[in-house]
Write a protein that binds this ligand. Structure first.
Ligand code: PHE
Length: 448
């Protein structure tokens, strides 16, 4: 099938853009929260296994589906399986999932923007833990401030989208993510030298296998899919922009490695510092938004590092949110023939309304709760542990059992021009191992 729409400018462009989608708040904010709440080292080891055995093959699958069809997730399944309509529901699920993720993602991005503002005025300097904690809790209870920063964030996202894929996304991702990596390394070194740091490292990296439960498995699966932007059509969408000559495995590999590296570094930065400052690993939101400002304040050049770090984190969040918003935008433009500008504006407004509901649900005593959880937490849990895992499962099942093996191999090997020693193993994982493993994890969870 011809793919005659705009392609990414270069090999590095697609890696940068897909890594831009993957690397974001999921790595620096969500990964430590999940690791902290799920036993540290036990979670970490399971997470690594899942990235390798399920994340990577699923990413390849999404690239294959996207590039083969050249379409958005809904159009992709329509094109590849025209006679059986059921498969397109994977695509629709992805569009819905993108909105729901955006709602809580932009809430957290709003806190990040708030931290940028505070860094500019050197607000954190000299503050003790309790003050920063209170401040962070007050922020969640403010009525206008969070809405304003969320609005700014969604506006920026929409602005970049309207400018188009190649120019918009590539330019932003290429230079900045390596700088973020550099700062994390510097932070890691500082964090490791704090008194009591060893306890944090032990918690994060030393696996206690007795702690691996069904809950740890499902949460690690959800976190891996969330962090790698899988199971909701995002990388199908990006796959549709990949040039026919690009090597899909090496692209997926590079994205998985860089995403995991950033998450692991975030853990190495946050846990030693949190233990040293007396912040509990289960502290959730505070792990990033209280620990990090305290860490910067202890460093030479802390003002500078704090500001640059939160700015880069905002940009990392932006390169993820544009990939999220791109899913409904491409759906609306390709399937419903709405202009790109209009599609962006409608989608951004929809996401903003949901986001306001999600952030208002975090007010103390807010009635906006679903099954006892705030709307914010419910959206987070529902998308990562349910929609994305089911979406991922259906995607590998589609590739392994619905698409012709020869079509898969043709696309995967660029029409036979790249020899891939791994292709049989990859196909085996996609067809058997990944679907079985995901199903088992889902079942253990639902039985509970
Ligand atoms: N992977 C992104 C992050 O880690 C979030 C995301 C999820 C982006 C799903 C796109 C799709 O921050």
């Amino acid at each position: 099938m011809a793919n005659n729409k705009e392609s990414f400018g270069s090999k590095f462009g697609i890696i940068a853009a897909a890594a831009g989608s993957a690397i974001g708040l999921g790595n620096i904010y969500r990964f430590p929260c999940e690791a902290g709440a799920n036993g540290g080292g036990a979670f970490f080891i399971v997470y690594l296994g899942i990235v390798l055995l399920m994340g990577l093959p699923l990413m390849v699958s999404e690239f294959v589906i996207g590039r083969r069809s050249g379409k958005n997730p809904v159009g992709a399944f329509k094109t590849l399986a025209p006679e059986s309509k059921g498969w397109t529901s994977i695509g629709y699920m992805g569009v819905v999932c993108a909105f729901l993720i955006l709602a809580f993602y932009c809430t957290v991005a709003g806190w990040t923007i708030d931290a940028v503002g505070k860094s500019i005025i050197n607000y954190y300097h000299g503050l003790d833990k309790v003050t920063i904690q209170n401040d962070f809790n007050n922020l969640m209870n403010e009525s206008w401030q969070p809405i304003l920063s969320e609005g700014i964030f969604i506006f920026l996202t929409a602005f970049i989208i309207v400018r188009g894929v190649t120019k918009g996304i590539e330019k932003f991702s290429k230079i900045l993510m390596p700088i973020l990596l550099g700062i994390l390394i510097i932070l890691g070194v500082k964090s490791l030298t704090l008194p009591g740091a060893a306890d944090g490292i032990e918690f994060f990296l030393k696996p206690d296998f007795s702690k691996i439960t069904g809950k740890v498995l499902i949460n690690a699966l959800g976190q891996a899919f969330f962090s790698l932007s899988l199971g909701m059509g995002c990388l199908i969408t990006y796959g549709s922009y990949i040039a026919k000559k690009d090597n899909l495995t090496s692209t997926a590999f590079a994205v998985c490695i860089s995403d995991t590296l950033i998450a692991v570094l975030a853990g190495i930065v946050i846990f030693p510092a949190a233990f040293s400052f007396g912040i509990k690993p289960e502290a959730g939101n505070e792990l990033a938004f209280v620990t990090l400002p305290m860490l910067f304040d202890q460093m030479a050049g802390g003002y500078f590092f704090c500001l640059i770090f939160f700015l880069l984190l905002t940009i990392a969040a932006l390169t993820s949110s544009i990939s999220l918003l791109e899913v409904p935008v491409l759906y609306l433009t390709e399937q419903l023939k709405i202009s790109r500008k209009k599609a962006t504006v409608y989608s951004a407004i929809g996401a903003f309304i949901l986001c306001v509901i999600s952030s208002e649900s975090l007010h103390d005593g807010s009635p906006l709760r679903i099954f006892g959880l705030s709307v914010f937490d419910s959206l987070d849990a529902f998308t990562s542990t349910f929609l994305m895992t089911i979406g991922g499962l259906l995607t590998v099942v589609f590739l392994g059992w619905k698409m012709k093996k020869s079509d898969f191999m043709d696309e995967y090997t660029n029409g036979g021009t790249v020899s891939m020693g791994l292709r049989r193993i990859m196909y085996f994982i996609i067809k058997f191992l990944a679907p079985v493993a995901i199903t088992v994890i889902l079942i253990t969870q639902f039985i509970k």
